[in-house]
Design a protein around this ligand. Structure first.
Ligand SMILES: [Cu+2]
Length: 185
């Protein structure tokens, strides 16, 4: 009995360690590259991986690839906002805003970079695009790989969220969001 309890205690402790230990999520490779795939199917939508971990001071190269059948957005921020209909409609605080001048974005053919609802680069899709505040990459279906390069600033250490708010926020609700964790070096 005593031995069983000791075993339980050790198992419990190991589980707690696993839950708290380290920051779990995908990290950029040695060159700073991290690929994030936008996926959609009848089962839902998501980013793969759905949790990424960046380090302040690190020069990163995020490769955003739309593998789905729909157009998708890539935004990072926090404090979700909602539209009048109660649907998710962007982030109150934008991750990229303070570093917008140092982002080197290379949108894929047909993709587009927007900031505060204005087209900043890539292809102007013409149609009525989202007017979310903040920095955003819009990737049409089949557009291939877009690249976002930047050095992670010290002042963004903390927890953020990546999200897509296409189709009146239904993509977000269908699972197209994930965690962005920025750790101190
Ligand atoms: Cu989407």
């Amino acid at each position: 009995m005593k031995r069983y309890m000791l075993f339980s205690a050790i198992t419990g402790f190991a589980l707690i360690l696993a839950a708290c230990g380290g920051t779990q999520g995908a990290t950029p490779d040695a060159s700073g590259t991290l690929t994030i795939v936008q996926e959609d199917s009848e089962q839902g939508m998501n980013f793969a991986p759905d949790t990424i971990v960046l380090t302040a001071g690190q020069k990163v190269r995020l490769v955003i690839e739309n593998n789905g059948a729909k157009d998708h957005e890539f935004m990072i921020g926090r404090n979700l906002m909602y539209n009048d209909a109660g649907a998710p409609d962007g982030f109150e605080e934008d991750f990229f805003m303070a570093m917008a001048d140092q982002i080197n974005a290379q949108p894929a053919m047909g993709a587009m970079v927007m900031m505060n609802g204005e087209v900043m680069g890539g292809m102007d899709m013409g149609e009525e695009m989202s007017d979310h505040m903040g920095w955003m990459l819009v990737s049409p279906t089949g557009s291939g790989q877009s690249v976002i390069e930047f050095t992670v600033p010290e002042d963004v250490v903390g927890e953020w969220e990546m999200g897509c708010f296409e189709d009146d926020g239904t993509h977000y609700d269908d699972g197209m969001h994930g965690k962005v964790i920025v750790v101190a070096p």
